[in-house]
Write a protein that binds this ligand. Sequence first.
Ligand SMILES: Nc1ncnc2c1ncn2[C@@H]1O[C@H](COP(=O)(O)OP(=O)(O)OP(=O)(O)O)[C@@H](O)[C@H]1O
Length: 261
Amino acid sequence: MSLRAHDVRWTAQGRPIVDGITVAFTPGGLTGLLGPNGSGKSTFLRLLAGLLRPHGGTVLLDGHDLDRLPRRDVARRLAVVAQEVSTDAELTVLDVALLGRIPHHRRLAASTGEDDLVRARRALRRCGVADLEHRRWSTLSGGERQRVNIARALAQEPTELLLDEPTNHLDIAHQLALLDLLAATPVTVVTALHDLNLAAQYCDQLLLLHEGRLVAAGPPGEVLTEETVEHVYQVRALITRSAAGRPSLRFLNRAGPSAPG
Ligand SMILES: Nc1ncnc2c1ncn2[C@@H]1O[C@H](COP(=O)(O)OP(=O)(O)OP(=O)(O)O)[C@@H](O)[C@H]1O
């Protein structure tokens, strides 16, 4: 059953930011959350994570209203990789990965055990940053920070993993490595992405948002059509399909009245 949203709404200053989204996430699947800047992706992720409370509708985790579940249970189940993470600059990379283990401690102040170290180091290895474990956070590059944040979320060993544009700052090789990892993990993953081709190549399911509404949902071949891309992004695209039916997009030019002749 995993994670579901039922008619979820969130409003700011009278403006609907997330406007009645209903969706069920495939357990163990990789769902890409697409849409132009300001379409509501981050807000929807924050609602799914329980970081924002819906103004209408419900987020359900195994059929239970997320709002009514104990925070600690939610913290064990859901891991979040936000766009901007403020982390104490003096922490080492290993310290940051160990933060992911806190929800599993019996007492909040409990000290780190050998088992936590093993799990945190395994997560760092999976993200290709094991050799940085003694480095201070303040000395890392943007891409290294991003991978350490993802390692922190994996060290949490969640059942659902929510990520907001995790490929930001990553070079193409690291983008592919990350998406390989997200596609292979048995965790239910929901990730906001801007690269439509990478989303089409890797995701099992895509959700396309436009002005807070879900305008298309389903396998990449159904969601990414020349019509939906032009409607939502005002960009013309030529779409070809692989033998497996996965779309590949080549962008032509901006559509609409301001497009050059
Ligand atoms: N607390 C708030 N108060 C007012 N407006 C808000 C608030 N939070 C979000 N918004 C607005 O809601 C809209 C959706 O924002 P959100 O960050 O969810 O979009 P996004 O799809 O993640 O965008 P991007 O691709 O640029 O990251 C934006 O217009 C944003 O300015």
